[in-house]
Ligand binder design. Sequence first.
Ligand code: SAH
Ligand code: TRP
Length: 323
Amino acid sequence: MNSVEPLDHRSESDVTRELLADARIGLTDSPKWLPPKWFYDARGSELFERITELPEYYQTRAEYEILERYALDIVERTGVDTLVELGSGSSYKTRLLLDAMRKHGAPKRFVPSDVSRSALRGALSALSADYPELELHGIVGDFATTLAVLPTGGERMIALLGGTIGNMPVEQRGGFLGEVRSSLVRGEWFLLGTDLVKDPSRLCRAYDDSAGVTAEFNRNVLHVLNRELGADFPVEEFEHRARYEQGRERIVLALRARRAMRVWLRVPELAVELARGEEIETEMSAKFRRGGVEAELEAAGFELAGWYTDEAGDFAVSLARAR
Ligand code: SAH
Ligand code: TRP
């Protein structure tokens, strides 16, 4: 019998303490910023699923197309029977890998992991119904926590899909990839989804859709701070901004204050002043090129063993082997 209840190594007070520390650092910095993992409470995860279906947001469809076409190839080449997914969300696309594993032999174990308990529970209950033979082992936690408690044994592959690596600040990527590498043994596998550099106007539309779903998603982080830290952000007084920085090849999402304001965070007592038009940066989404991905993987101790793209060349999935 499968467990649909994920393991959570954190307590509620750990999470609140971490959010507090992040809010204090980010909101007293210049420019102000907040780490993106706090977008994903239950509502944030729901809004993200709606983003994946937007006509402007091509990434999920492109990555799905890639996995539809190449999942079997990936599974045959690697012979994996244990799949670990970081930032797994709904694990919807990941089913293509599990299906390929079924065709090839049989998937033994799936270890989805996410900071969003609600997304993980939804994924686990759907998966346990559709893959009754699969051993499911869900972990609630951030990347570092999860990598520290990974189950061992089997032919393992770690997957990080959805372009999520692009949401990490570039200075943290090397360290993160190094941690992924150290949690694997030589010969094991890493599967990485990256959005590719393309026409800036398409990129901007993907992060500023006409239905306003991404704007709601972006503002959701303020609802999280209001609820969890007793803050009083006037959420509707923040405008959603998405701009492409050509030089750094990344999208920056921000929330811009429509008026000057002072916001209180009750725990701890912290007053945050915002000038009219001042922005809080809430997320980066880096865009990649093959050479860059290959170099970053190499530097972390991986060898690029496969580079798969969709027909339009919008998105890439890299298969890497631990050296
Ligand atoms: N892999 C899914 C979801 C991508 S959205 C897809 O491709 O559609 C990013 C996911 O990563 C969300 O589910 C979010 O809750 C999770 N996430 C964000 N920051 C995280 C962190 N630091 N550690 C673990 N999960 C994180
Ligand atoms: N990692 C994906 C991206 O950068 C998904 C994502 C995360 C996203 N946060 C987002 C998409 C905010 C839109 C808005 O595109």
